[in-house]
Design a binder for this molecule. Sequence first.
Ligand code: ATP
Ligand code: MG
Length: 437
Amino acid sequence: MRLSNYFLPTLRDNPKDAQIVSHRYMLRAGMIQQASAGIYSWLPMGVRVLKKIEQIVREEQNNAGAQEILMPTIQSADLWKESGRYEDYGKELLRITDRHERDMLYGPTNEEQITEIFRSHVKSYRTLPLSLYHIQWKFRDEVRPRFGVMRGREFLMKDAYSFDLNYDDAIKSYNKMFIAYLKTYARMGLKVIPMAADSGPIGGDMSHEFIILADTGESEVFYQKNWFEVNKLDENVDIEGDLQPLVNSYLSCYAATDEKHDLDNCSLAAEDLVATRGIEVGHIFYFGTKYSDALRARVAGKDGNESSVHMGSYGVGVSRLVGAIIEANHDEKGIVWPESVTPFRVGLVNIKIDDRECLEASENFYTKLQLAGVDVLYDDRDERTGAKLANMDLIGLPWQIIVGPRGLKAGVVEIKNRRTGVLEECSIDQVMTKFRD
Ligand code: ATP
Ligand code: MG
């Protein structure tokens, strides 16, 4: 992509209202634009990151055996009246009336809708276990939308739902998602701790939140100091195997959100306990037959007897993750994208566009890198060098190739690693070898 053609409305100054760094940088790097309180348009750079995150989430859901569907954003209120949540959910639920005076709502979550799909088609244990998910916009009329996409009113969520014949099977499904979540966040370069949590308006018996540590997080959290040393994720873990010992080993390390933190039950010495803040990037629930009882989603077991299906639901905050990843990956100059979610892998900067050699070399790199399948953003604009380099640092692509007249005379260009700041001189061939995987 040529920056001269790319819609990247960057801002030089910090927007006044943005209180936290991810919100500031997302606005400054031209990723989003506020449409109204807690509601954002996603601009090209923002969409690229959102889609990358979405794709990682999708791949790990598929690996865990969940099947993708797509349910609508607007739901009929009827099912919510059946489950009792139409009354219970409170003001966060956006209630809408259509032209026929029918009660509708903008879905804040989809337990009712998925249960309706399930109960229409599944009557026997033979279809189980079954896990379905979708990645869809949600609306919750939050009292205090803030921090940009981190607490929006409209936000993108992956929500999965599992259906099992009994408690034991349901826990197997829960454990699969538990491990799939750890793999998902690890691929995004995030350090995440699963913590025992309250289940809130979803309800249920067992629930864990997946938290990344950040001073700007809204949750107060407590965890065992050596948590990350003790718990190292084995990427080759067999998701179809018995995951209970692995899940137990994670859960045996102390970690809790403030609602669940209990000093009396925490055997850690004060110096081994860290109290800090975190961002909730996922939340999983086992809630048994709460919705299947209410909505009569029943299946026949092997013995022919019918019983309510056991369910769990599993959310990932896809749009919140964009902000959360920036909270965990930035410096004073801007964003520092992890390779797995970066909007482009390489930023190519021609610092002297009116120099024939610089132009030729840059165009040549641009063509060759694209042929090699490297996602490259090429700054071919007529701008001051300082402004171009500052802009590249702000948008945070992992690698910069800087083409200037002095280097070219010696047959080299500069490669900058955005994270370490290290500059390296490379010949043209070396550049191509470095980026051709
Ligand atoms: P929170 O405690 O942050 O309000 P929640 O517990 O109400 O979230 P869940 O129902 O668990 O949210 O939703 C699943 C995931 O969706 C959360 O873990 C979070 O990452 C994301 N999410 C929830 N609310 C928002 C929001 N208002 N804006 C952006 N992402 C959100
Ligand atoms: Mg939650």
